[in-house]
Design a protein around this ligand. Structure first.
Ligand code: 13P
Length: 251
């Protein structure tokens, strides 16, 4: 039985004041969320505030990216150990926005996965196809390649220590959600791809869906056999919406 996980990806949003209010709202509404785990991935500059506010609560937190390096002359980067020092459990790796705007390759993402694990963090590995790739019929080829890169670099055992988030790029921030069937098809494919290396890892791995998941569509998506939770962008910035998704994951 895989525990559902609902993780917020705040991206580059918020102020110290707005985040305080957001976390207060989420903390106060957690009463019904007893089965699913809830986490928030914050801009790194706010992690000290997040830690102070969430310490001792049931809510976990994480970063949005990690350096492949442990320390040194890498201006603007954040090391895994730094995230760990601020209590992060998770770190998002290879989000499509980083792959697109920062040129992150499958190889770099695999190296970041290893760096996160070395620091004791749980990587949330994002994979997913663009609209063009979907329309060309190569969705499985793309997500297969993205997974294989991590398995080849890290080994199947290490992959099993992370979480996968399937985020079709065309569904991110667009209001266009994959249908539950479309998402389930890809999730099942991902699990089968991993099962080819290890059935035990495939059975235990949490595979989240991300891409315009909201309070209205979460329950149908989360009811799918291979969807174990969500990685939530826009809706994670509103306590009521985020809690509604967490509550749906709890069912
Ligand atoms: P939205 O929920 O805003 O579409 O973002 C999804 C996402 O990119 C989460 O990482």
């Amino acid at each position: 039985m895989r525990q559902p996980l609902v993780a917020g990806n705040w991206k580059m949003n918020g102020t110290r004041a707005s985040i305080k209010e957001l976390l207060e709202g989420v903390k106060n509404g957690m009463g019904e969320v007893t089965i699913a785990e809830v986490a928030v991935c914050s801009p790194h500059i706010f992690l000290c505030d997040v830690q102070q506010q969430l310490d001792g609560s049931a809510i976990a937190w994480g970063g949005q990216d990690v350096s492949v390096h442990e320390s040194g002359a890498y201006t603007g980067e954040t090391a895994g150990a730094m995230l760990a020092e601020f209590g992060c459990k998770y770190v998002i790796i290879g989000h499509s926005e980083r792959r697109t705007y920062h040129g992150e390759t499958d190889q770099l993402v695999a190296e970041k996965f290893t760096a996160a694990r070395k620091a004791g963090l749980v990587p949330i590995l994002c994979i997913g196809e663009t609209l063009e790739e979907r329309e060309s019929g190569i969705t499985e080829e793309v997500v297969g390649r993205q997974i294989d890169a991590v398995v080849e670099h890290c080994g199947i055992g290490m992959l099993g220590e992370g979480v996968i988030a399937y985020e079709p790029v065309w569904a991110i921030g667009t209001g266009k959600t994959a249908t539950p069937e479309q998402a389930q098809d890809v999730h099942a494919f991902i699990r089968a791809r991993i099962a080819a290396s290890s059935q035990a890892v495939a059975d235990g791995l949490q595979i989240l869906y991300g891409g315009s998941m909201n309070a209205g569509n979460a329950a149908d998506l989360l009811a799918q056999a291979d969807i174990d939770g969500g990685l939530i962008g826009g809706a994670s910035l509103k306590p009521a919406d985020f809690l509604a998704i967490a509550t749906a994951a709890n069912a």
